[in-house]
Ligand binder design. Structure first.
Ligand SMILES: [Zn+2]
Length: 484
């Protein structure tokens, strides 16, 4: 490729504090009734005064720490002046010269290749309200529940070079935010909104020094990881075509049409906005060290990946499932701690039953791990029974289903349903007699050297025993019988 894409991201994240950024109104993203969580402060009434939400400041600082950024000691809020119907005050309180965090990085991995995406800054501001446009386009309504909700803005360096890398960065950031428990960062709900800035630089001719920077295009408000990736891929193609045709890329803001999988022009950027930033006169500057914040970090996703790989020797897919779903990961670890010893096979058996069977049952019923009736100790009991061959894998699945529905002890269920596998000699010898008697064709094939026939006979025996026979013992007895 003759052109080199330069991509930077701006990501807005709604923080999950109890109250809004500068007032005591509730910060409740699930509130469906419009204009319920409002007060004179977030409605911008004259004479009201904002008060800084300390928790929101701490959230941004802890995020900065998790991303290895430099935490400010001095910070201040500024007014960003502009008019829009969803902005009651006529300005947004944001941060300009003194953000809470500068620098930082987040590592992403693509096909075993790790790269560090540099972060420019992270600052804190307030969200605007939400405009709802009537279908006939004759009127618009505005809901101010969101106005004044704490909003974290993270800006990366323009160091991303593919759609996949952009998507991975956003995905990993979401994991970190959830792990820190500072935002649910649900993109579909608008709790995490990604803006892509992309330009194509013309690669220097051989021996040349620097690439000639291209014209920047912004694509705003992407609300899925997939669209982040697609937007970048689409824009690389579109801008390449424009340049190849000898035309100029226009400096503009574009939107993403999900149905057509295309970007479209929204507005040209004739000049930079003049927001007339100035220090917010109604808020004191912050001396961070004097605030005594607790900024201890929990185990971060990357650390957890490492630990799960090393300690439990799990496959990469399983590790990723447990890292992405905290409650599932926690359930797994808790269950493992209830197993008497933790040989690799038992641990991987537990991991398989959690990630496939249990996760499947949850998905089917539309529930999550926090709704689970099975406690980790009971689950561990079931795994121990399966591991020792006391119940067949079929029976394990059946018992798990009953446990899932009724939350009962697996031993009880096994006894009640008579599911214990048996290695009892006389019981199994009777089964063997019966199988051999009724399947003379397969017996003949086996005796003629067809090994597959033995599996068939074991299957018949398992069925005859209603799953109670221990398959290994059954196979051994059958072999003995037919070898006579
Ligand atoms: Zn308010």
């Amino acid at each position: 490729m003759k052109y080199e894409p330069t991509i930077g991201l701006e990501i807005h994240v709604e923080l999950k504090t109890k109250t809004k950024m500068f007032c005591a109104s509730l910060n409740d993203p699930n509130e469906k009734r419009p204009n319920v969580n409002v007060c004179p402060v977030c409605m911008g009434h004259p004479g009201t005064l904002p008060v800084i939400n300390q928790e929101a400041v701490r959230y941004v600082l802890i995020c900065g720490r998790a991303l290895n950024g430099k935490l400010a000691d001095y910070s201040q809020f500024d007014r960003k002046n502009y008019f829009y119907p969803d902005l009651p005050k006529g300005y947004q309180i944001s941060q300009y010269k003194f953000p809470l965090v500068e620098g930082g990085e987040l590592e992403v991995e693509i096909k075993n290749q790790k790269s560090k995406i540099k972060i420019t800054r992270i600052h804190l501001e307030e969200d605007a309200g939400r405009l709802i446009h009537a279908k006939d386009e004759t009127s618009s309504l505005v809901d101010f529940n969101r106005a004044g909700v704490p909003l974290m803005e993270l800006v990366t360096e323009p160091c991303i070079n593919s759609g996949e890398q952009a998507r991975k960065f956003a995905e990993e950031l979401q994991l970190v935010l959830r792990c820190l428990d500072i935002s649910d960062a649900d993109m579909e709900k608008g709790q995490m909104r990604v803006e892509v800035n992309i330009s194509l630089a013309v690669k220097p001719p051989l021996g040349g020094l620097t690439a000639k920077l291209g014209t920047k295009v912004e694509i705003k408000n992407l609300n899925s990881f997939r669209s982040v990736e697609r937007v970048v891929e689409y824009e690389i193609k579109r801008q390449t075509a424009v340049l190849e045709a000898g035309e100029k890329v226009i400096h503009e803001t574009r939107g993403w049409d999900e149905d057509k999988q295309k970007t479209f022009s929204q507005r040209e950027k004739e000049m930079a906005h003049d927001y007339r930033y100035f220090p917010e006169p109604d808020l004191p500057p912050l001396k961070i060290s004097e605030l005594g914040f607790d900024l201890r970090l929990p185990e971060l996703p990357e650390e957890k990946r490492k630990r799960f790989k090393e300690k439990y020797e799990l496959k990469e897919e399983a590790v990723e499932i447990f890292v992405r779903d905290f409650t599932m990961g926690k359930f797994f670890e808790s269950a493992i701690s209830h197993l008497s010893d933790e040989p690799k096979e038992t641990v991987s058996l537990a991991s398989n039953y959690i990630t496939s069977d249990l996760a499947g049952l949850l998905k089917e019923s539309g529930k999550t791990f926090s709704d689970l009736k099975i406690n980790p100790e009971m689950f561990a009991k079931l795994i121990a029974m399966a591991d020792k061959g006391e119940i067949s894998s079929r029976a394990t699945k059946d018992v798990l289903k009953i446990m899932f529905e009724q939350g009962r002890d697996p031993e009880q269920i096994v006894k009640e349903k008579g599911l214990e596998q048996t290695s009892d000699d006389s019981f199994l010898k009777n089964i063997v007699e019966e199988v051999v008697k009724n399947n003379s064709a397969a017996v003949g094939e086996y005796k003629n050297g067809k090994e597959n026939a033995l599996q068939f006979l074991v299957g018949r025996g398992m069925k005859l025993s209603k799953g109670k026979a221990n398959p290994a013992v059954l196979q051994k007895l059958l072999k003995e019988k037919l070898g006579e």
